[in-house]
Design a binder for this molecule. Structure first.
Ligand SMILES: Nc1nc2c(c(=O)[nH]1)N[C@H]1C(S)=C(S)[C@@H](COP(=O)(O)O)O[C@H]1N2
Ligand SMILES: [Mo]
Length: 431
């Protein structure tokens, strides 16, 4: 699996991807050799965390939550028909996306907060770019500085690496740790902002730079045993940073909402959600590989199928297709239904979606409603006229332009990342 989700989808990205791969190998090597700086994390702690790879326990404690709609620490309203609250996070009910169009409105967009949404003043906000990967000293940018740079707009999904995690248990009978998302830890939006590459060049990027590490302005993240992991931050290889990453200040044509990173967030298209750091306050540019708990103990694949030290840090998202239907929906027999859903892949565009209404005995090609594009999802539909009343399992299976097809099962990893198996969606046909 690790080889497929790391595959480039555009020729332009190909060289970047191979340098990402060699960079990861080098970084892993250095880390194992004990040469690396584990920024804010003692090597001893990293090893302890690795040993404990069941890490379910990393939850924030002791935070004074700002004014928010609930104890969740999230600011926007979270009506029950749209969201399922999971601790500090809010999952979108996938069925509530029916009719929302290709872009997810902020009112429906899932929220993944390690702590709580901070309230930041855009007029006072600055971005500090610093580190030994710059030719000279640190540079600060205001929001006006970013707005004065050429702007780019692009549609991209943000999907948590753990989206679909609870299906390891419900579909495969396997134990995993982490937020028990079903399939709604994803949204797609139109982002507008400055290119990270423009900002780095203006800051005086040196040719020795290898990693950049954006860091959020939200509170430090503490594990239950009281270990302070510091602010949410994760290194990006320079190849990705210079390729298609943006510093977004708009979402779907409006200012970025507080819960989604106001005033500025990173958008790393097609990569796991953690790469898209919200409320970014500084970016370290480094001439040596950087580490944080978010690329050492979290966001790698651990488990029987993986090396002891885990897979390389996760990069691209995997592939999924999901029905816009509640679990155990009731559908009347002998009437015509239009089953709708969405499919997406982190490695390319969607090539086809197949649907089965007879537990996989026969498959039918679904109709695609969008021109499939990389970095975002494609809506699809399939007409269905159920016969006899009773329980039915609906299946959908996406294939992308890289030739990846959803498998019957996902290889287990202890933290339940990158679930990509065909979803078995139970419904009941009623008289
Ligand atoms: N500063 C900061 N950035 C963050 C996070 C966070 O808790 N703090 N969560 C990350 C994770 S794990 C995901 S999946 C995405 C979620 O983005 P969203 O809340 O806008 O949907 O933001 C990422 N960026
Ligand atoms: Mo995430």
């Amino acid at each position: 699996m690790s080889s497929t989700h790391r595959t480039a989808h555009r020729p332009r990205a190909a060289s970047g991807t191979s340098s990402e791969a060699s960079y990861d190998r080098r970084r892993l090597h250095q880390w194992l050799a004990g040469q690396a700086r584990a920024d804010g994390v003692a090597r001893r702690d990293v090893l302890r965390l690795l040993a404990a790879a069941g890490l379910a326990s990393a939850v924030p404690v002791g935070l004074g939550a700002p004014k928010a709609s609930a104890a969740s620490g999230i600011v926007k309203p979270l009506p029950a028909e749209r969201f399922i609250i999971r601790g500090t996070n809010a999952e979108t009910r996938f069925e509530s996306l029916a009719g929302t169009g290709p872009l997810t409105p902020a009112s429906h967009f899932f929220v993944r907060n390690h702590t709580a949404t901070p309230r930041l003043d855009a007029a006072e906000w600055t971005l500090r770019v610093w580190g030994d990967g710059l030719k000279a000293g640190a540079r600060e940018f205001t929001l006006a500085d970013l707005r004065a740079l050429p702007s780019v707009s692009r549609t991209a999904f943000v999907e948590c690496a753990g989206n679909g995690r609870s299906l390891f248990a419900t579909q495969q009978g396997q134990e995993v740790s982490g937020t028990a998302w079903t399939l709604g830890a994803i949204g797609a939006a139109r982002w507008r902002g400055a290119r990270l590459s423009d900002v780095l060049r203006r800051a005086g990027l040196s040719r020795h730079a290898v990693d950049v590490m954006p860091r959020g302005l939200d509170a430090d993240y503490l594990t239950v045993d009281g270990t302070n992991l510091g602010r949410v931050r994760r290194p990006l290889p320079l190849a990705k940073a210079l390729d298609d990453v943006i510093l977004a200040y708009e979402m779907n044509g409006g200012p970025l909402p507080p819960d989604h990173g106001h005033p500025v967030r990173v958008i790393a298209p097609s990569w796991v959600g953690i790469a898209s750091i919200k409320w970014v306050g500084d970016i370290e540019v480094s001439a040596t590989p950087l580490y944080s708990p978010w690329n050492t103990d979290f966001y790698r694949l651990y488990g029987e199928a993986y090396p002891q030290e885990g897979s390389a840090p996760l990069t691209r998202q995997t592939l999924k297709s999901v029905f816009e239907l509640p679990l155990n929906a009731r559908l009347s027999a002998h009437s015509r239904h239009r089953l709708t859903g969405r499919a997406w892949s982190g490695a390319g565009a969607i090539a086809r979606v197949d649907v089965s209404t007879d537990d996989g005995a026969t498959w039918h090609r679904a109709r695609l409603h969008d021109t499939p594009r990389p970095d975002t999802w494609t809506r699809w539909s399939h007409p269905w006229r159920p016969g006899t009343p009773g329980p039915v399992t609906l299946l959908s299976r996406a294939t992308d332009t890289r030739g990846r097809t959803q498998p019957e099962a996902t290889v287990h990893n202890t933290q339940g990342y990158l679930f990509d198996a065909v979803v078995r969606h139970a419904v009941t046909v009623v008289p």
